[in-house]
Design a protein around this ligand. Structure first.
Ligand code: ADP
Length: 551
């Protein structure tokens, strides 16, 4: 800090505009502090307000000393600098702690800081602070040790905030929060640095004779604007203090005030015209800025609310879905044992294990046997679905021959085709190698399901199964002359419980689960399953594609 006697350099009476950089800095700081305390009446808000108020007092003191008051007044005001500056540095550290950690400092640590601050408060009113008034330089002279002591709080605060930042960001996982912390830390460090520069370093450089005036210290005050800008950005962008709109409006008003105040300092018409144009432009842009921020906030709030509602609904649905899968699994397990017993005994009865059956009883037993087989299949599908949905389906991969497997399934199903009077054919290129690696049981179930469906949904005509190889892939096609599939149904067929509306005419016992399970199992085996059909009544072509082993 310094003081120049009015008489010594008369030029200073007509000061350049940069002298007044104090004023916008103080106003911006105080306004933002007031806005924050208005919206956030807690410790963080209060601390920021105290910080901005202290800073404004500091700037005011600085301005008073610029304005060359009497020697007595100058010495009086000057003595407060050390106290205020050290408190600002301490508050910067405290505020950073509150902001970054969302909790208060420990009492012991607070007392420790107060203890460190106490010498400044004790010394300030005594002769050991401002020692005397030097009439040659027209400046009050402070004890150099006292000065170094209170400025060391700046250095400590600067290092302390860096330490807090790293400690905090190592704990935080959330990317957004890390970003906010980075912006905050840059802002506050700038503030500390600039305050240090403006109040100490600039005069120190002058005292060392490295610069020839004190103008440098005025530039330091722009650091405050950067800090306030960072805070305003945090508020607007991440609503840390939940006052983004008011902050934007305040910033626009301040901008207009600053531009407007320039009007008082320009002396010619060109200057005035320029100020008017700048003012009008700022007014226009400011208006649009406030409006767009307002809209953005409204939209974001709406979306946030919707997203929250959706998330809740989803959670509920997930819970219900889990419950359903668990119930399905439980019920299916309970059903399976009695069904297996029914199926086993009816088969034994039909085979004559308990002696020959009278014809009158044979027919109903056959019906019971077929129905229990159908039920066992359905229960098996239910179990598969609950396993797939709960992620409990196990796959065991082995090497085997896909053509042999398809032929085995085909041969097992031949009797059903014969009983329906359908023609059937199986063909494969005998020379090709059909070795694959996959879950044999599951792939057998898939092929079985597709060929079985073709039999079920083909009232007359026949079924052709072909196994071929192309580009390292094994393709099993199952072509029938059955009821076919309407174009609009093709894409829905592989969904859970999906059945074509006329499916019941041909196969009453279907559940619409077989293709869904088959598709899921196929995906787990890195294969593909799809269907083609020219339409209703025009037959269907199902394709199973598997990766050949040594392609
Ligand atoms: P389900 O046969 O038990 O109804 P699926 O999942 O196996 O269940 O089949 C789903 C639906 O796909 C069937 O209800 C039927 O409408 C249709 N579909 C399956 N295979 C054929 C086929 N070969 N020809 C015509 N439609 C078929």
């Amino acid at each position: 800090m310094y003081q120049v006697c009015v008489d010594s350099i008369s030029g200073y009476v007509n000061v350049p505009l940069i002298y007044y950089s104090h004023i916008p800095a103080a106003v911006v700081s105080l306004l933002i502090g007031a806005l924050v305390i208005y919206k956030k009446k807690d410790l963080v808000g209060g601390t920021l307000f105290a910080l901005s108020a202290l800073f404004s007092i500091f700037v005011l003191l600085s301005l008073i000393t610029w304005l060359n008051p009497s020697t007595v007044a100058l010495t009086f005001f000057w003595s407060f600098f050390g106290m205020i500056i050290s408190c600002i540095f301490v508050l910067c550290f405290y505020f950073s702690y509150l902001f970054l950690f969302n909790k208060d400092l420990g009492t012991r640590f607070k007392f420790f800081i107060l203890f460190l601050l106490s010498p400044i408060f004790i010394i300030t009113p005594t002769k050991f602070g401002v020692e005397y008034f030097d009439s040659t330089s027209c400046m009050p002279i402070e004890n150099i040790n006292f000065m170094f002591y209170y400025y060391s709080f700046g250095i400590l605060a600067f290092i302390g905030v860096i330490f807090l930042f790293f400690k905090r960001n190592l704990q935080v996982k959330d990317k957004e929060e890390r970003k906010i912390n980075i912006i905050f830390t840059i802002g506050i460090e700038f503030f500390i640095l600039m305050l240090f520069f403006a109040s100490f370093f600039a005069s120190y450089l002058y005292d060392l004779g490295l610069v020839d005036n004190y103008y440098l210290e005025l530039y330091g005050l722009f650091g405050v604007i950067i800090f306030m800008g960072a805070l305003a950005y945090l508020i607007v962008k991440f609503k840390t203090f939940d006052i983004k709109l008011i902050a934007t409006q305040a910033l626009v008003v301040i901008l207009l005030l600053v531009i407007g105040s320039e009007f008082l300092f320009v002396t010619n018409d060109t200057g005035r015209t320029l100020v008017i144009i700048t003012f009008a432009l700022a007014l226009g842009f400011g208006y649009f800025l406030v409006r767009s921020v307002k809209r953005e906030i409204e939209q974001r709030e709406k979306i946030e609310k919707l997203a929250g509602d959706l998330e809740k609904a989803n959670e509920k649905l997930r819970g219900l879905d889990k419950l359903k899968s668990e119930f399905l699994s439980f019920a299916s397990h309970q059903l399976r044992s009695p069904l297996t017993a029914i199926n086993g005994y009816t088969s034994m009865l039909l085979e004559g294990s308990f002696g020959p059956l009278p014809d009158k009883i044979k027919k109903p037993i056959e019906v019971v046997s077929n129905s229990s087989k159908g039920l066992i299949k359905t229960v098996g599908e239910f179990l598969d679905i609950s396993r797939i949905e709960q992620g409990g389906m196990k796959y065991t991969f082995t090497d085997f021959d896909a053509k042999e497997l398809a032929l085995e399934v085909f041969n097992e199903l031949k009797p059903t085709f014969e009983s329906k009077g359908l023609s059937y054919e199986f063909s494969a290129d005998e020379k090709a190698n059909y070795a694959i690696n996959g879950d044999k049981g599951k792939i057998k179930q898939i092929i079985g399901n597709i060929i079985d469906n073709s039999g079920k949904y083909t009232p007359k005509g026949g079924i052709v199964v072909k196994v071929g190889k192309k580009d390292g892939k094994i393709l099993i096609s199952v072509v029938d002359t059955g009821i076919g599939i309407a174009k609009e149904n093709i894409s829905k067929l592989f969904a859970k419980f999906s059945r074509a509306k006329d499916a019941n005419n041909t196969n009453v016992n279907g559940t619409g689960l077989g293709l869904y399970v088959a598709k899921k199992m196929m995906e787990a085996n890195n294969g593909k399953l799809w269907v083609e059909s020219s339409g209703e009544g025009k037959g269907s072509q199902f394709y199973i594609e598997l990766n050949a082993k040594n392609a």
